[in-house]
Design a protein. Structure first.
Lengths: 413, 413
């Protein structure tokens, strides 16, 4: 793990207010790490709805398999997250570990195993010894408090150099409701020691199908628009819980995704998801620069997103940014390899406000000095206009530095 | 450019015999480099057939566009290759440069512009000043000699640390025919200064459609099975020329891809293409280890290839190999992200002869010491058995080192 905090870390930690119906506890279970928390319990009041989006990996972790089985029920009483071991590629023993954890967790809150959700992050392929922490779940659930959000963000870290938080207060009907989120991740995956996990909770009363629709839609322009190294974790998990506690204060219960009263909430949620997702790019392993890629003028939004991801995942683009080189030739290469409709002679490319290429050639006004100056900043925006249509997309990534190679190449040696 | 030769370079340079009907000349045109050759002319006797496979990039170079227009004709009199400038993303001026070069080249051999082929490799986006070398083509074609193959391999280098050669003698009918090949490339692309180019010539009399069929098939298990960084050049070009000179010595003229007399030639050609392709992986930017990935047991060969490429392009697998870490968890991750049919509980993974994982779990006989010892070698073989079918594929790549980042991040700065 890196000892120094990413230079791209947010300057301020947001206040993380209590969410009615959510209580939190953390512990040092010693699963792998020493001298730090590695176990998070989030207990929910009865009636809490749940939604989740999970990894596309064909080899998902045991915890992901477990959550997928339960998410259809749409209700949650407890979330248990451990760091230090991913419980992935652990076969039968992996399923035994999730079963043992689920039994203890259900008992801890006096609920059903159907209302338990689990996430594990850390080393792949090592059996997870659930007995290290199952005996702790009862007292953790009992002693959990509403103000534990900052500790929750820390307990789920692996190679992260800073905990990731976001919070928002927004009107639902005439009532203020709160949304809190935490996330971890420093590569989209570094399966030894990283995975993207994010957990969001709100006191808004929102039915599970609506919550799922919000989350499934919201993930597209947030977590699914971030890449560090193009590698997909076996364990990526984004979950959201709605306790409904705000109903007591008069917040309307939302049963329909088309409910007009949801629009402000939806915008706030999407901003919060984006904030957490961009924080993951800011904490990309070895990152020294945050890169935002805006593709416009593609044939469709889907096409724009593919082009943007091809640029964001190009090692050559990412090393060029690390080298503070306004190397738009590599951007052209990445557009070309995306396999989407593009015409070299219509392409325009800009770095920040500086247009470097236009209609298939270097911009006549291009200034190497101005471009070099821009590239010295720590937030780099790359704009690509395809010139064919109205499709657009924005994705975020970070530069590829020698530290990335050191973190991932020197880890076990 | 790197000054030291890759430790993975072949220990011996093969003899590159003359090919009847092919004459070669090189020159120092000063296109970008000083004190080295950067211009190659290969002149072919009348009657030479041609075939080519070009980049899939949607933003190909002007030279690729030019070759695509001519390749349908199936005949060649002259190939002109320059290094130092890719003539890519150069718009109208790019097309003017190819036209000017083609006119001069056609005149140099007294042939048609339809029988000219061009390739350019180097910086993207800078206009190519063809006037720097068009005046040289006449005397180069006139003074070209059959024994210039070693010089040809050197003239087309960019970030390559060694020139790449392969040669074979094989029977066609009862007659020995010769195949020579040269290649360059150190990333699949580093558009500043690298692109994959390969040129193969033979004295065998082979009709153009047969030559094209051989090449289109042969590229799949050679150049299309190699990746350095997953980035696709705007200029990738593989061409093959058959002069037919061996017909005078009694070699049969091959007009049909199904001709049984072609089988030995086909095998020799495929071996030669593979040798050149693997040399490109051996010269991958910053490479310290050659990685061969063998996927077996996939649903289909196509599926196996996709899985193998997902592993080969994973920065996390490549950095693990650089760190001499038998990190099979990252291999699982890469299998999972490939999106192809796979069942965690059927997977088996080996490094060299050491099986590290079996049926979804760490192999009970796994020895960290033996695995670490194996990883210290400079040629690493990763085997993945999917356990679902009979599809298999082999691809080659290299490790991802800090030197890759240095070469690509520090280049222009």
């Amino acid at each position: 793990m890196s000892s120094s905090v990413s230079p791209l870390a947010p300057k301020k930690t947001p206040k993380m207010p209590a969410i009615g119906g959510v209580r939190i506890a953390t512990a040092e279970a010693g699963i792998k790490y020493k001298g730090r928390t590695d176990l998070l319990v989030m207990a929910f009041d009865p009636g809490t709805t749940a939604a989740g989006v999970f990894t596309c990996s064909k080899c998902p972790s045991a915890a992901v398999d477990f959550c997928r089985d339960n998410i259809g029920g749409g209700s949650a009483r407890i979330l248990v997250v451990n760091s230090g071991n991913a419980n992935a590629f652990t076969g039968k023993r992996g399923r035994e570990a999730t079963k043992m954890t689920a039994e203890a967790a259900a008992k801890a809150v006096g609920g059903s195993e159907r209302d338990v959700f689990l996430a594990s992050t850390g080393v792949i392929g090592e059996p997870l010894d659930a007995a290290r922490f199952t005996h702790l779940l009862g007292s953790l659930a009992e002693n959990a408090t509403p103000d534990g959000w900052l500790g929750a963000g820390k307990a789920i870290m692996t190679t992260d150099t800073f905990p990731k938080y976001a919070s928002a207060v927004v009107k639902l009907g005439d009532v203020d409701v709160t949304i809190n989120g935490i996330a971890k991740g420093a590569g989209m995956i570094a399966p030894d020691m990283a995975t993207m996990l994010a957990f969001v909770a709100t006191d808004a009363p929102i039915a599970a199908p609506v919550l799922q629709a919000l989350l499934s839609k919201g993930v597209g322009k947030s977590f699914n628009s971030v890449t560090v190294d193009g590698d997909t974790s076996t364990s990526d998990t984004l979950m959201m819980f709605a306790t409904g506690a705000a109903a007591k204060r008069g917040a309307p219960t939302i049963e329909d995704i088309g409910d007009a009263r949801l629009s402000g909430f939806k915008r706030a949620l999407n901003r919060l998801l984006k904030s957490l997702a961009v924080q993951i790019a800011r904490d990309g392993e070895g990152a020294r620069k945050l890169i935002e890629i805006n593709v416009t003028g593609a044939k469709s939004s889907r096409s724009a997103k593919r082009i943007a991801m091809a640029i964001a995942n190009s090692p050559l683009v990412k090393t060029a940014v690390a080298g503070e080189d306004a190397n738009w030739g590599r951007v052209v290469m990445a557009v070309g390899k995306a396999g989407e409709p593009a015409d070299r002679d219509l392409l325009a490319i800009s770095f920040g406000d500086l247009r470097v290429a236009h209609r298939g050639e270097r911009d006549p006004d291009y200034s190497e000095a101005a471009a070099s100056d821009y590239m010295r900043g720590d937030e780099i925006s790359i704009g690509v206009d395809i010139g064919l249509g109205r499709g657009k997309a924005t994705v975020w990534t970070c530069d590829l530095t020698k530290e990335y190679v050191a973190i991932n190449g020197d880890y076990r040696s």
